[in-house]
Design a protein around this ligand. Sequence first.
Ligand SMILES: C[S@@+](CC[C@H](N)C(=O)[O-])C[C@H]1O[C@@H](n2cnc3c(N)ncnc32)[C@H](O)[C@@H]1O
Length: 311
Amino acid sequence: MVHIPVLLNEVIDFLQCESDKVYVDATLGDGGHAEYILKKSSPAGILIGIDRDEDSVRFASNRLSLYKKRIFLFHENFRNIKNIINNRVRIPKVDGILFDLGVSTRQLMTAERGFSFSHDAPLDMRMDRSSGVNAAEIIHDTSEKELRDIIFRYGEERWAKEISHAICRERRKMPLTTTSQLAEIIVSAIPPAYRYKRIHPATKTFQAIRIFVNNELGILGDAIRDAITILNSGGRVCVVSYHSLEDRVVKNLFKEMERGCICPPHIPRCICGREGIINILTKKPVIPSEGEVTINPRSRSAKLRVAEKTI
Ligand SMILES: C[S@@+](CC[C@H](N)C(=O)[O-])C[C@H]1O[C@@H](n2cnc3c(N)ncnc32)[C@H](O)[C@@H]1O
C-alpha cells in the first residue's frame, strides 16, 4: 500500500518550488512529496532525498526514475543532513527542506517490519534494519520501570504501569518475539471497560516502543538545527509531525532560533549577542482539512510548522 503524502498542497505551497533551486526531502518515504517537489521545480530543480530505510529509498528511486538526472538519493539518517549536503553532494546551501516525520503507511503495512499489531510478525520496528536494536530486544532487556517510562512518555498511555508489569510477568514465562504476543499482553493488561474504544488498545504502546527503538525524539532537534544552518537566506524548512512530543521539539526550537537571545529572563539587556536567524511562518501549526482526514485517516494527527531563514 503506497503512502499518501500528508498536507501535500500546503507543503508544496510553503516550499515555493522553482527551477534552478535545490530541495531536500529528509524523509523520502515513498517519494510522494518528492515527486511533487520535482514536478513543481521543473525543468532544472534538484532534489536530494534521504531515508534511513533502505526499502523506502529503493521504492522512491523507482518511482522517481523519470527525474533521475535531477535527484540524489541517500540511505542515511537525517541526523547527518549537513554532512550529506556539504560533503557528499558537495554544495554549501539549499533552498528548501522537508521533514515528514514518523513511519510511512507502507512500512506500517509491511507485516515483516513488525511495526503493526494488525499483522503477526517478528517484533522488529527498526526503520533501518541494517543497524540498531530491535523491539524484541528492548522488550526483553529493559527493566520494568524503564519500560513503564517508555510507554508513558512516548505513548502517553495511562495504563503504562499495568502494561509494563504484564510484559515483565509474561517474558519470564517465555520469549516474547512477535507482534501478536505483545498485542495480546497489552490488551489483557488494560481493564475490560477500556479495551474496546475507537483506537486499538495496543496503538499507544506500539508507537512508544517504535519511537524508542528508532530514537526518534533524541535526534530531531539537532537535525532541524543543522538543516537550518544549510538553508540559503529566504529558504524554508517544513516539518510535519504526528505526535505532541515531536511537535513540541519543533515549536520550541523554532521559537529559540527566531528569538536568538538566550540570556536568562532576569537580565534586563541582552548580553549574549545572539540574533534570530529564522521567521516562523506558521504561528499556529497547519493541520489537515476534514476532507483530507476523510480520504486519509492517517493524516489526522499531522501538524505542519514552517520557518524561513532570514540571514
Ligand atoms: C511519513 S514517512 C514520509 C513519507 C513521504 N513524505 C511520502 O510522501 O512518501 C517518514 C519516512 O521518514 C523516514 N525516517 C524517519 N526518521 C528518519 C531519520 N532519522 N532519518 C532518515 N529517515 C527517517 C522513515 O523511514 C519513513 O520512510
